[in-house]
Design a protein around this ligand. Sequence first.
Ligand SMILES: Nc1ncnc2c1ncn2[C@@H]1O[C@H](COP(=O)(O)OP(=O)(O)OP(=O)(O)O)[C@@H](O)[C@H]1O
Length: 684
Amino acid sequence: MWVLLRSGYPLRILLPLRGAWMGRRGLPRSLAPGPPRRRYRKEALPALEAPVLPVTTTEIRQYLRARGIPFQDGHSCLRAPSPFVGASKLKDQTVAATSFSLFIDKTTGRFLCMTTLAEGSWEDFQAGVEGQGDGAREGVLLSEAPEAEDSEEVRRIWDRAIPLWELPEPEEAQLARMMFGLTKVTDDTLKRFSVRYLRPARRLVFPWFSPGGLGLRGLKLLGAETQGGGVQYVETTIPRPGAYHNLFGLPLISRRDVEVVLTSRELDSLALSQSTGLPTLALPRGTACLPPALLPYLEQFRRVVLWLGNDLRSWEAAKLFARKLNPKRCSLVRPGDQQPSPLEALNQGLNLSRILRTALPAWHKSIVSFRQLREEVLGELSNVEQAAGVRWSRFPDLNRLLKGHRKGELTVFTGPTGSGKTTFISEYALDLCNQGVNTLWGSFEISNVRLARVMLTQFAVGRLEEQLDKYDEWADRFEDLPLYFMTFHGQQSIRTVIDTMQHAVYVYDICHVVIDNLQFMMGHEQLSTDRIAAQDYIVGAFRKFATDSSCHVTLVIHPRKEDDDKELQTASIFGSAKASQEADNVLILQDRKLVTGPGKRYLQVSKNRFDGDVGVFPLEFNKSSLTFSIPPKSKARLKKIKDDNGLVAKKPSSGKKGAMPQISDTCSNQARNPNHPDFSKPSR
Ligand SMILES: Nc1ncnc2c1ncn2[C@@H]1O[C@H](COP(=O)(O)OP(=O)(O)OP(=O)(O)O)[C@@H](O)[C@H]1O
């Protein structure tokens, strides 16, 4: 018998902020289990597990053929007989259907046995097939069993929760229905999906049943709070979000179903199921990610419709998820006034089946006509703010220039040695990450521990050395960020780095990769005799990755050696003009000439492909919090610059006129030797 222990998933998502009356999981303290304590063995840093991408689909096929293991080609997985099902069980005719119950992810090689729920890596599978470790626990993985403490809490909450229609006071039931927008959802629907209500916490409770009806594996609790006239939903899961892999609605799916509608909320699945009668599943973490661990459960469907919500973010997520699911079988419901989320559609009396019929195929050939694009263009025009990307909360001036952080773009960032590039880019990325942008860091120069320390200080906006008693509190919140670190240090080949990034996009739905810095990929290149060509190749590889993966890449590049008293310009970026040509945005951290006081820096946006606005704004460094964000009271002194000659197009938005010298950004620096990047500092 195989015994499998699953290595911990380093998945993180933002948990809603909890009120003082709430316990660790957002439950009333009366329900929270005892005094606060660490519930999970948590790694200090979530790191990508190595080795990454050990295998390709071709290698998996070759291996299976060589071993005489039959397999079927699926949408995202290969199906094979499971070596984890005992021989006696296989002889049983009733389990003939389970004979191809092993699903092997074509991209990562990870496997899941649907019969035993055994799972593990490609290496574990090979070890199993080759008889290594058979009967022994060593090196073999086992399906994750819920932590005893979690099971207890799940059971306790589930037992205390009751169906809505059993609430003693009809007014209370009516209020709850109104709070969650469930006035049109029938008792019968709630009953079929086994939804309950936890009275003391005023939370809806959605169960996570083990496949095969083996009991309750977890719960999601949903609260609704009124905020500024609207309703804000607050989610809590047991187990923690990273281990909560519930496809809500799975027990209602029959083996024969070939179509499914995926939603981002349980409430939407209730509405869809009730009004269309179609099989529907809700993703465990909405639009934040689609963990590959769920893909085997979706293999049986020939058609998958994604109806994730009514904003551009949902639309972006739907396109991203369709890639994983195999776009050829996916259709997407485009957000729009007449196509809100399923629950809203039900409440507005719209015809949900008709909306589903408008779903657009996710896959099209390499050549498209405007006809195929017109809906997407309309989507962008009617959601101008969202199309501009995620806005920084700490850098309003950056929003004014760049408008936001968009997927699929390449940002090149440079600045003099030791000027604070890493420190700034850390806060710039943290700000986005804090708003749910799944982020992967490649810090080749400074260790992940040092980087995380800087980030944590910025996160807490203050020195933690002097308040170690608060460390756990901040670290817990920090740990919930969707933040991952590559474990590389020092020189790496670009191929390995890109492979790791692709793996992270697939597994963790990464939307932003930070590479600090490009010079660490140049040493291992075959082309190292020609450093400029090597850099051009690397920049091209990152550009292609950003576009293909719809992921933003921020690339730190050292400048060439410049005279100390000269400001940097776009042409000061080391190498040929390729980096600035390929980049959508070029940011320069200026620390000379413009500096009017200690610690002062200026951030210059010298290229902006989105709408052309370029300019500079001041940054004030705070040594204790390591932050550059302008304190709220300080006057914004953004200055927009029209073109490379430094002609000012718009007056400074506020502050004293002419408070800053004009920045010129001409490319007149060609005479400098581009073969001398300024990376005089050794790696730390
Ligand atoms: N504006 C500033 N004023 C003073 N010190 C700063 C400022 N910004 C950063 N520092 C400090 O300077 C040190 C170097 O910062 P950082 O590593 O971010 O620079 P860098 O530009 O990335 O360096 P390198 O060129 O070596 O990659 C850190 O100790 C940081 O706290």
